[in-house]
Design a protein around this ligand. Structure first.
Ligand code: PBG
Length: 322
């Protein structure tokens, strides 16, 4: 029955009715806060990501505890090593920065879900996500290093490891390594559909991980490919991924929807540094209302099918939502 019997505006009249018919909600419980941790003491704001910080382990624990108290259930930790080399040595060092950070979070914020990013780009002197052989990122050699890295994160107490390197077979390699050492309860969140995106720009400044030669298009996905993203996710699930991810988020809502429809595992979206920077910069210039823009973007990402969102806005959004 069309107009005048049907009037869509009837259910938009009051905020009470709008609340009642709202299809998608965002709660602090859906959000995961990323943190950058480094050696040393104190903290500095990251120039490319105003409002985000390079944190010492102590400062990280303090911020994570605050975020958790505000309702954020989980964090994902990125490390800045003391030293980079060809072998990515600090990535799998039990005394590496991420491993120390995870132990501290475990000890001081026991209820927090601690996730780690498993990748080599912050740790290699060339800035690529794997080991270079004959001028190329060598897939199968890299798998061993990634598995060692994930294992050292598990030993430190990580609840969940999140490989973001985009090597083929990494989920199976990591699952086998974890199970082989008795870490069968450590979960894997696979960055399954990670696109070779310009939206990682501010992160690469923040993590000092811009490749010194070439780019990442030989392993990260072509932004043009949606069907391939479904194949990636299905393969990761077959290899043992407990959850899968799409990254970036807002420019890839269709991919989120496809993965939601084609898989049965929990689905994460990563609202990346460039997405954060766009909203922050526009808000700083008075062009958009920051709070409204952030909550609208998060709602859209959830509506597209994400169960959870990794976002630099998490801790602030939690305060706005409570
Ligand atoms: C590491 C990694 C990257 C991001 C998360 N893990 C950078 C990259 O692949 O270049 C991007 C996160 C962001 O932009 O917020 N491989």
């Amino acid at each position: 029955m069309a107009f005048p019997v049907t009037r869509m505006r009837r259910l938009r009249r009051t905020s009470g009715v709008r609340d009642l018919v709202r299809e998608t909600r965002v709660a602090p419980a859906d959000l995961i806060q990323p943190y950058f941790v480094r050696h040393g003491s104190g903290q500095e704001e990251i120039p490319s990501m105003p409002g985000q910080y390079h944190l010492s382990v102590d400062a990280l624990v303090e911020r994570a505890a605050e975020a958790h108290a505000a309702g954020i259930p989980a964090v994902i930790v990125f490390g800045l090593p003391a030293r980079k080399d060809e072998a990515a040595s600090e990535a799998f060092d039990d005394e590496g920065i991420v491993q120390m950070a995870v132990r501290a979070l475990r000890a001081h914020v026991p209820e927090l879900v601690v996730m780690t990013d498993v990748c080599l780009c912050q740790y290699t002197s060339h800035g690529h996500c794997g080991i270079i052989q004959d001028g190329d990122v060598a897939n199968d050699v890299t798998l061993e290093v990634l598995a060692d890295t994930a294992l050292s994160h598990a030993r430190a107490g990580a609840d969940m490891v999140a490989p973001s390197d985009m090597m083929d077979g990494r989920v199976a390699a990591i699952r086998a390594a974890l199970d082989g050492e008795g870490y069968e309860h450590t979960s894997i969140l696979a960055y399954s559909a990670k696109f070779a995106s310009a939206f990682y720009g501010p992160f690469r400044d923040a993590a000092h991980s811009t490749p010194s030669m070439g780019d990442r298009r030989g392993y990260q996905m072509d932004p043009a490919n949606g069907r391939e993203a479904v194949r990636e996710a299905l393969l990761d699930i077959e290899e043992g991924a407990d959850m899968v991810m799409v990254k970036p988020a807002l420019p890839y809502l269709d991919v989120l929807r496809s993965l939601r429809d084609e898989t049965r595992v929990p689905l994460a979206a990563y609202q990346v540094s460039g997405e954060y920077a766009m909203i922050s910069a526009a808000a700083a210039q008075g062009l958009m209302d920051e709070r409204a823009a952030v909550l609208e973007a998060l709602t859209a990402i959830r509506r597209a099918g994400a169960d959870m969102v990794i976002t630099y806005h998490a801790a602030r959004a939690a305060r706005w939502l409570s």
